[in-house]
Design a protein. Structure first.
Length: 69
């Protein structure tokens, strides 16, 4: 088994419907330009309030990917 080297980036996804959708949006967008993605870690969750209710979710992720050999 060979050793691997990984790098991570930080991205923020947003959604009006929930945290899960915000995470999936961030991963989907990152996958359009980042190869070899292997993991994600939620770094921060926050949201926008309007008229006393949750209006929008924002989730910041670290996404790890393997660097090319």
């Amino acid at each position: 088994m060979s050793d691997h080297v990984y790098k991570s980036i930080e991205v923020t996804g947003s959604s009006a419907t929930g945290q899960d959708d915000a995470i999936r949006a961030a991963v989907a967008k990152a996958s359009q330009s980042v190869r070899n993605m292997r993991w994600f870690q939620v770094v921060e969750t926050r949201g926008n309030l309007q008229d006393g209710a949750v209006a929008h979710f924002q989730v910041t992720l670290k996404i790890g990917f393997k660097l090319d050999d």
